[in-house]
Design a protein around this ligand. Structure first.
Ligand code: GLN
Length: 282
């Protein structure tokens, strides 16, 4: 059988990808990755034959997608804040909703020279996007996982970011005293899913590390742990920003209040769900 054209391959493979609700986009991304072209190439050259070495490579990646593996892990990359981030199964795949967290920090922190810490940085997406946006800010990003720390450092180097330091730390335990009472803000997208949540057995999250997704105490334990250790690091007027599940805003308001924070507010994500809650230490 002769090799397919680009158009034929995209059509036949997207028809097979019944377990994805973005089948055509998925196969376009995989083929673009294999051919090292942008997706617009496919509209210009639909009749081009896909040669055997490329076809074989595509088929290998496509088989992984058929098995449900997220596209970002297959190609090792995910865009966030219009920046390319390398991802690995040691980290969560950055989500579009998390851009709301970055946006909220940028809206609220009113200083051109702020210092901030990102707790549980994973790929580094939040800290590095903020550092990229605000070149005079100084960011510290921490993660418990050494693999995540190494990945975030590589992302920082790839993006030529020199105002974000990345260290291994269990929350603030390895953060040095120069950060005490020095933070304009602390930001985190910690694990917040309850271990019994049925979403954990569906779609892309099945392939992500549960240490980045699941938290005890109905998904709240990490918020409690963080709120209990951040205050000595905040300046007066400093903020804590959290991403959270769509049903967790009320309980987060309560946790912020119990810990003595003021000006507590929630911001919705692009789908209209409560997604980010923050409070100020006054
Ligand atoms: N928003 C992610 C999801 O629902 C979870 C991220 C997290 O636990 N921090 O898949």
């Amino acid at each position: 059988m002769s090799n397919p054209t680009i158009e034929q391959l995209l059509k036949s493979s997207s028809a097979q990808l019944v377990n994805s609700d973005s089948a055509l986009l998925d196969v376009q991304i995989l083929l673009a990755h294999v051919l090292n072209v942008s997706r617009s190439h496919f509209y210009t050259w639909p009749d081009k034959i896909v040669e055997s070495p490329n076809l074989n490579q595509f088929n290998d990646l496509f088989a992984r997608r058929i098995d449900g593996e997220p596209i970002a892990y297959i190609i090792g990359q995910q865009e966030f804040w219009s920046l390319p981030f390398m991802v690995s199964p040691a980290t969560l795949i950055p989500r579009a909703d998390t851009e709301v967290l970055v946006e909220t920090v940028l809206n609220k922190v009113d200083s051109s020279t702020a210092r901030g810490i990102d707790l549980g940085t994973g790929t580094g997406a939040i800290a590095l996007s903020l550092a990229h946006e605000m070149s005079n800010w100084s960011m510290l990003a921490v993660d418990y996982s050494q693999e995540a720390v190494e990945l975030a450092r590589k992302n920082g180097i790839n993006l030529s970011i020199d105002n974000a330091e990345i260290i291994q730390s269990d929350w603030l335990s390895n953060v040095d005293a120069s950060w005490l009472a020095a933070c304009d803000f602390i930001v985190s997208n910690p694990p917040y899913i309850d271990e019994h949540d049925p979403h954990l057995s569906q779609g892309d999250v099945r392939f992500e590390p549960s240490s980045a997704l699941v938290a005890a105490n109905d998904g709240l334990q990490d918020y409690i742990d963080i709120l209990n250790c951040v205050k000595p690091y905040l300046k007066q007027g400093g903020y804590v920003f959290f991403e959270h599940g769509f049903e967790q805003a009320d309980v987060l308001h309560q946790l912020f209040r119990e810990c003595g924070f003021s000006n507590i507010n929630t911001v919705k994500d692009y789908a209209g769900n409560d997604r980010v809650t923050f409070g100020q230490f006054i």
